[in-house]
Each structure stands twice: as C-alpha cells, then as structure tokens.
Ligand binder design. Structure first.
Ligand code: SAH
Length: 459
C-alpha cells in the first residue's frame, strides 16, 4: 500500500501554461516557454504568434485569432477551450504575443482557471515595447533624459490616457494613431515632443518612423498593425542605421539555417510545405491497419514529422512500428527519425530516385508491403522505383505543398537573398510570387534546384 494524498487520488486535471511568445523574433521566446511548448498536448495561439514559431512542436495547434478564414474565438470561448482541454487531463499552452500580462488578457484566463481549480503557471514574455526599444535603439529610460515610462493602450479611444511620465508607449494604435496624438497634444505636451512609430518590431519587416508630435499630427500616413507609438525625448537617440537594420535578410525555403551566420543574417522562413490538405481518410485507414505493412519508407523529414503527428493522433506510438523495416532516402529524414527514437534500418543515400530500386535490391528488400508517407503526387517516381524492386506500395499524403495564406505572404522589399532548398520550393515560390526582384540574390541548394530555378525564372 502506498500512501496517497487525496489530490493524487483525484482524476488528474490538466495543467495550463499561460505563456508569452515575445514580439516576433523567434529567438526572443524564453527557454521556459520553449520547454512548456515541448511538453504541451495542445497549444492555443494568437494572431501575434507567428505560426513558424510553432512548427517544431508536436502538440495539436489551435488558432484563436481573428484571421478572416478562421473561426473567430471570443474571449469566453477561448477560456472555455482552455478549460475543456485541461479537464481532459491535457497539458495546455495558451501562447500569446509579447507578455501575457501586458494587454494580453492573461488576467481573465487565470480567473477562469481558478474557478475550475485547474493548476497553471505563467511564463512571462518580452513585451512589444521592450522588443521595439531594443531593435530600434530607442532606450525607454535614460539618465538625465527620461526617468519614467508608462505602457498605455490606444484603443478604445475613450480609454486613451496621457500619464505624466517622460516616456509613453502606446499599444494598439494602428487605426487610431491620430486620436492618440491629439490627446497627447491636448494634455499640454509641446509640438516638438519626439514621436516614433515602430511597426512589426523585431520582425524581418520592422519599420521605424520618427518625427515631432506636430509633424506626425500633420501626416496622413496610415500605421499598419502591429505597431507601437513611443513618445518622449529619448527618441533623439534614434539613428537610421541601427544594429538590426544593418543585418541582411535571407528567405529560407527549408534546409539548414546554420548556413547563415546570425551575426550578419536574419532568417525569414518561407514554408514551402504545409500539412493542410493531408488525406485524412486515407491517414485513418492506414493508421488502423498499420500492422499490415512490413516497411516504412521516408523520403524526407517532412514525411517523418507529419507521419508521426498522425500516428500519435491515432493513439499509437513507435511500439506499433516495431515489426517494420524503416528506410529513408535522406540524411535529414534519418536524423528526424532519431528524434522519435528510431534508427533507420537503411538510409539509401542517392540523389535522384533512379538508383533506389538498385539500393533496395542490395539490401535484399523485396516482397515488402511498403507504406510511403509523403506529399501529394510527388512520390510517384519513388513509388514506381519501389514497385519495380518487387514491392507493393501504398502512398499516403501526410502533407501538401499548400497555398499560403495571403496574410502570411513575405514582403520581398525587405529580402536580400533567397535560399532555395529544393526544386519543389522553387516551383512553390514561382507559383506564389511570380518574379524575383533583380536586387535579390539567389542561392540554390544543389544542381537540381539550380536547374529548376533557371528553367522557371530564365536566369
Ligand atoms: N501582450 C502583447 C500585447 C498585445 S496587444 C505584448 O506584451 O506585446 C496588441 C498590440 O501589441 C498591438 O496592437 C501592437 O500595438 C503591440 N505589438 C505586439 N507585437 C508587436 C510588434 N512586433 N511590433 C509592434 N507592436 C506590437
């Protein structure tokens, strides 16, 4: 008999992390938030959290923002959703842009959790004001210039306050920046007071505008969200060539980010692969009869990642694959497999699919019932190769080269170089963006990719 406290005997309620993701630069997320996200079964994330920051995590991801094509969650619904998952015994991360307690409604969410007796903890994040300040070299306080700072909201208009601090940072100013400026002027600050707008702070497309209060009030220019308005004399510190603006920006369509030294480069992700559109019925059928397959063949790491996502979603794990021979045709897929505790039986390393049947023959792999997870349509050549080596093959779409949301489109004006990881990425890019401005340099990963680039862009 073990002594158990009543709490241990009760059915486990889940655990909730209310966490901040920081203002945009993925490296500004805390190590603690990263750990929570790894642990999570479910991640509920906001508009301000860039989806690329979540790619690495295996949890179910639920978007709770306000994008037009998605269901709009009211705050009540979000609270209920957090509670629902927690009561199922899951570990939930409620991930918000910046810090959860700075205009993040974290306070309301913990109130609901308290009511339901659900355990939680709060992980702070770098708030937009701190990100904007550091990445635009505008200190929020400074000896002899500014000895106090306030964070205020610019929305709704009747809540706009003008506290008597040296520096004021306004959040939520996009559509009503003029209302804020008018109130600041009306409070008696001089027209010469310095003003800065920092748009997309800490992101690749960060923009900073500065001027005096009078100048800004005369300007028509719209401010695009997300943006902050900073008011105070410390803005005189601002210089156009900041440490952040000096960095070059590379658009990575995949591949190894380490190729670009972070001292000189900002990496912008262009996901040319997406999970949306996987054949869920076929996935379900295959997961249901996984015992019938004798071999798994992975062509790339995305096939691995998405295959396991579905395996887990169907309540199975690596033990259900114990009877199988597991092969890959790429090293990155092999190292991805290691993440799941699997050392592949063979890694058929060859460029081009033409030699795969030969390699399989060498390994004595014939008469197998092969499950081939991958993207839509692109596995036909490999499938034919596997068949010609005397195997039966079931291709399974676990991800597609899906269309990107327009809202996620990359602004090429900010990009200096594009790294193409594969011919498929070149095609995807061509389809979405058409041309590449001449100013941008292009780095293809290998000869095949270079060829596809020349073919499609005539370069
Ligand atoms: N909890 C968040 C704020 C959420 S309110 C935080 O701590 O940062 C949303 C407002 O935050 C936006 O309207 C904008 O004013 C500001 N914001 C968030 N991220 C930003 C960014 N990367 N650049 C500029 N402003 C940002």
């Amino acid at each position: 008999m073990t002594d158990r406290t009543p709490a241990e005997q009760a059915p486990r309620k889940g655990y909730v992390y209310i966490a901040g993701a920081g203002p945009g630069d993925p490296e500004l997320m805390t190590i603690k938030a990263d750990r929570a996200l790894r642990e999570a079964d479910v991640i509920l994330f906001d508009d301000l959290v860039l989806p690329q920051m979540l790619e690495a995590y295996k949890a179910e991801k639920i978007y709770t923002g306000k994008r037009k094509d998605a269901h709009h969650f009211a705050q009540d619904e979000i609270n209920q959703e957090i509670v629902r998952h927690a009561l199922l015994g899951k570990t939930v991360v409620r991930l918000k842009g910046g810090d959860p307690f700075i205009f993040g409604r974290g306070g309301e969410e913990i109130e609901t959790l308290r009511q339901h007796g659900i355990d939680y903890e709060i992980i702070p994040g770098i708030t937009a004001a701190h990100g904007a300040s550091a990445y635009s070299e505008i200190p929020l306080t400074m000896r002899k210039v500014s000895s106090s700072v306030a964070f205020c909201t610019g929305h709704p208009v009747n809540k706009i306050q003008v506290p008597d601090t040296d520096t004021i940072v306004y959040y939520m100013v996009a559509s009503n920046v003029h209302d804020v400026l008018d109130k600041v002027a009306a409070s008696g600050r001089s027209g010469e007071t310095m003003v800065a707008v920092v748009q997309n702070a800490t992101r690749y497309n960060q923009r900073v505008f500065t001027g005096t209060l009078d100048e800004f009030r005369k300007r028509e220019r719209a401010v695009y969200s997300p943006a902050l308005l900073i008011i105070g004399q410390n803005i005189n510190q601002y210089i156009e060539q900041t440490w952040y603006s000096r960095k070059k920006k590379v658009l990575m369509t995949g591949g190894d980010v380490k190729k670009y030294d972070p001292a000189n480069w900002i990496t912008v992700h262009f996901p040319c692969r997406q999970v949306a559109g996987a054949d869920l019925d076929a996935v379900k059928r295959c997961m249901g009869k996984i015992d019938d397959f004798s071999m798994l063949f992975f062509q790339n790491r995305f096939a691995v990642t998405y295959f396991f996502k579905y395996l887990f979603e169907h309540g199975k794990d690596v033990r259900h694959l114990a009877h199988m021979t597991i092969c890959t045709s790429s090293r990155t897929a092999a190292s991805e497999l290691l993440e799941y505790g699997i050392i592949p039986d063979c890694c058929l390393e060859s460029e081009g699919s033409s030699t795969i049947s030969g390699l399989l023959g060498k390994e004595g792999l014939t008469g197998q019932n092969i499950l081939l997870p991958g993207a839509e349509n692109v596995d036909e050549a490999v499938s034919a190769e596997l068949k010609s080596a005397g195997n039966s093959v079931t291709p399974l779409t676990v991800y597609v080269h899906g269309a990107q949301d327009k809202g996620d489109a990359i602004d090429l004006d900010f990009i200096d170089e594009i790294y193409f990881a594969s011919p498929a990425c070149v095609r995807k890019f061509r389809e979405l963006y058409g041309e590449i401005p001449a100013r941008i340099t292009v780095a293809p990963a290998d000869a095949n990719t270079r060829e596809e680039y020349s073919r499609l862009f005539g370069a």
